[in-house]
Design a protein around this ligand. Structure first.
Ligand code: 13P
Length: 247
């Protein structure tokens, strides 16, 4: 079983996304993989309704850690759950970079998402400079230890995504060998932090039909978190249809 997740980011009006959801519903065949879409908030209720009788899950792209209150513009984990979400992204590099979200704040979100009964899909990843100067191992360790250390994570209730920032939206994919090696390093960091090393690990960063099978066939890669290519129903469906031995 692989996890094939599409992060739509800030794309599509509700009308456009309803059409996209119907196309995805028609194109994605039920199979062995767990398929999830993360539309913008305004399309979450439509996603829940359109995908109701399918095995495709729905997730939010973000949430606020508090359950309610004076946080203008924010959405709580309980609101997402009630609207039909089973998952929520936490700590995407775009949230860290453009909205200044700290490890400590992301830790609160992981707890809130879990308490609301959803699966956090927690994202980590290094910048291009950190990859080049060799400090990426320390960066990943810091992101994992600070946000997740001491939490009771399980394979069934928490997914981790490795998204090297330099590979997001750039067309530069980490080679399957590099991604696999770094994700092996993440498993060691998890173990050394006292967390389960067998968590589902998703790779994200310019994943597309042409490279999906070679990424998914690696030992440490249990799924994909797909941005741009997930907006095209045929491409998303092709990746969702991966089976072992496809490479
Ligand atoms: P791209 O697939 O567009 O590079 O985006 C990856 C990503 O950020 C998914 O969360």
């Amino acid at each position: 079983m692989k996890i094939i997740a599409g992060n739509w980011k800030m794309n599509g009006t509700p009308g456009e996304n309803s059409a996209r959801l119907r196309e995805i519903k028609a194109a994605v065949k039920e199979g062995e993989n767990r398929v999830i879409v993360f539309p913008p908030f305004l399309s979450v209720p439509d996603a829940a309704a359109i995908l109701k009788d399918t095995a495709i899950g729905v997730g939010g792209q973000n949430c606020h850690p508090r359950p309610s209150g004076a946080y203008t513009g924010e959405v709580s984990a309980a609101m997402l759950k009630d609207a039909g979400c089973g998952y929520c992204l936490v700590g995407h590099s775009e949230r860290r970079q453009y909205f200044g979200e700290s490890d400590a704040f992301l830790r609160e979100k992981v707890i809130a998402v879990t308490e609301a009964g959803m699966i956090p899909v927690f994202c980590v990843g290094e910048s291009e400079a950190e990859r080049e100067d060799g400090s990426y191992g320390q960066v990943l360790r810091r992101q994992i230890e600070n946000a997740l250390g001491g939490l009771a994570l399980t394979k069934e209730t928490f997914f981790l995504a490795y998204e090297p920032v330099w590979a997001i939206g750039t067309g530069k994919t980490a080679t399957p060998e590099d991604a696999d090696e770094t994700m092996g390093m993440i498993r060691s960091i998890l173990k050394e932090t006292g967390l389960p090393e067998d968590l589902y690990l998703l790779y994200g960063g310019s994943a597309k039909p042409a490279n999906a099978a070679s990424l998914l066939s690696r030992k440490n890669i249990d799924g994909l978190l797909i941005g741009g290519a997930s907006l095209k129903p045929a491409d998303f469906a092709a990746m969702a249809a991966y089976t072992d031995g496809d490479e």
